[in-house]
Write a protein that binds this ligand. Structure first.
Ligand code: SIN
Length: 293
């Protein structure tokens, strides 16, 4: 139990500074310390308000990371167990040292996407904790799918409102290949799920465009001849620089983002002789609802 003086001190030291157009930097707390309920509540609100939170100077190891994320929710077991770390299988790693089945280097997360949209209840958040970073590059980019939706012409809004897209583990239309699922895992990952093209955010209530080029196989009730160019058009619109926050990683960073209001991508633009290694976790979400429920 924290003393009221300690609670007040924690409240005073916590600084949440918005980035533009989305995201916020969080300073003045250590996520490995006990945090008071008012501090936890401020962090949860900041997450809903800003969609990306970048906590500086945390240096969390895997067990500390698992404990810290409990402020926001429960851990979501990831579909592909290949990237689990040995002692804590719920924690995965991101590394530039892995290869795909074809022997090519695999840069996880290249190309805009939202995580595990092929789950019936996709993860609300993804969290990365930096362990080793290249000296230059390897930023993560995020785009604001709420603003991108709001700015769409009415004619496009009318075409997509109430529509649902078919999400699979690996879209046959995607040039980006994902590592294959093991036999054991394949049985527990849904073949296909339907997700709204425009979702109502479960916390903020805002409408957001919900697309994912690596997972969407098609739009229900729409011919691919119409659906695929429409999806390309939506992607091009949503990934404009004006919707973007680009996170330049610093040692000790702990960054979490909302998969319902953003898309994100990694950049393999750095010297591959340098290591980039981060711990990664996702947090459970709820089934997604469209604009009209
Ligand atoms: C991811 O898509 O989860 C990885 C992002 C990154 O490595 O920057």
């Amino acid at each position: 139990m924290m003393s009221s003086t300690a609670v007040l001190q924690q409240e005073n030291e916590l600084q949440i500074t918005p980035f533009s157009p989305i995201g916020a930097e969080v300073k003045g707390i250590r996520l490995s310390d006990p945090l008071s309920e008012p501090t936890r509540a401020r962090l949860r609100k900041a997450f809903t308000d800003h969609s990306v939170l970048a906590f500086r100077d945390q240096w969390l190891d895997a067990p500390q990371m698992m404990a810290a994320v409990q402020i926001f929710g429960e851990i979501f077991p990831q579909h592909n167990a290949k990237f689990s770390i040995p002692d804590h299988p719920l924690v995965h790693y991101i590394s530039n040292a892995d290869t795909l089945e074809n022997g090519k280097r695999y840069i996880p997360g290249e190309g805009y996407h939202t995580d595990h949209s092929n789950a019936a209840a996709p993860p609300m958040a993804t969290v990365l904790s930096a362990v080793k970073l290249p000296s230059v590059g390897g930023d993560t980019q995020f785009v604001d799918m709420v603003q991108a939706y709001q700015d769409l012409p009415d004619e496009i809004k009318q075409r997509i409102l109430g529509r649902r897209a078919i999400h699979v583990y690996q879209s046959s239309h995607s040039a980006r290949r994902l590592p294959q699922l093991s036999e054991g895992r394949r049985a527990s990952v849904p073949d296909a799920v339907l997700q709204p093209l425009v979702l109502r955010h479960p916390n903020s209530g805002h409408l957001a465009l919900y697309i994912n080029p690596i997972r969407i196989e098609g739009i229900l009730g729409m011919d691919d001849k119409e659906a695929l160019p429409l999806l390309d058009q939506l992607l091009e619109h949503a990934t404009q620089e004006k919707y973007q926050y680009r996170h330049v990683w610093k040692g000790g960073d702990f960054v979490m983002w909302d998969n319902r209001s953003l898309m994100h991508k990694a950049n393999g633009d750095y010297d591959m002789n340098e290591e980039r290694y981060l711990y990664r976790l996702m947090l459970k979400g709820v089934p997604l609802e469209g604009a009209n429920g």
